[in-house]
Every structure is written in structure tokens, then in C-alpha cells.
Design a protein around this ligand. Structure first.
Ligand code: FES
Length: 106
């Protein structure tokens, strides 16, 4: 099972195994990791699942969709490495992925 490491804004690190097919957002919720609200449950309407993806992993992710781009404009402290975690599908290729949470969600 791929291991995803979630790092809270305060530095607390949570390495957890996330089943393939889950999204990074779902992996956080199933493991009780704080910092990702995901108010819309992954239906791509809230932008409260914002994370920063370690740049070393950018190439392995699909590109942002137009809707994701638009929603990120509503997120807090958006950066080049910002993604909505409900749009990152976990695969074996993402074993070792590191994501960081912003100081707060929108
Ligand atoms: Fe709402 Fe990702 S959970 S946009």
C-alpha cells in the first residue's frame, strides 16, 4: 500500500498507508489527520482540501484541471505547488508522496 506523509502546518508529520484508488484527501480523513477539511467531500466545490505537494513529486501528478485552478483562487496562501488533495488519486507511483497543509483552509 502506498505510504503518504501528511505534514501539518505546525510540523507534525503523519506517515500513513493509503489504499490505491483513494484520493490523498480520503487518506487523510480515514486516518484522522487534521488540517484538511474537505467540506464538499471531494466533489470539487469547496477548496478546503488544499495541500502543498513536495516539488519532487510534481511530475508524477496529473495536471490541474480548469475547475481545480479556478477553485484554488479561493484557497488560502496558494503557491506553485498547491493542489486540491481530492484531485490526487493514490497509485503505487505515489508511494512516498509528501504533502504539507497550509496554515488554515479557506
Ligand atoms: Fe472539496 Fe476537494 S474536498 S474541493
Amino acid at each position: 500500500m502506498p505510504e503518504i506523509t501528511y505534514i501539518e502546518f505546525n510540523g507534525n508529520s503523519h506517515p500513513v498507508d493509503v489504499p490505491e484508488g483513494f484520493t490523498v484527501m480520503e487518506g487523510a480523513h480515514k486516518n484522522g489527520i487534521p488540517g484538511i477539511k474537505a467540506e464538499c467531500g471531494g466533489s470539487l466545490t469547496c477548496a478546503t482540501c488544499h495541500v502543498y505537494v513536495d516539488p519532487a513529486w510534481t511530475e508524477k501528478l496529473s495536471e490541474r484541471s480548469d475547475i481545480e485552478e479556478a477553485l484554488l483562487e479561493c484557497a488560502y496562501d496558494v503557491r506553485a505547488e498547491s493542489r486540491l488533495s481530492c484531485q490526487i488519486r493514490v497509485t503505487t507511483e505515489l508511494d512516498g508522496l509528501v504533502v504539507r497543509m497550509p496554515e488554515h483552509q479557506t
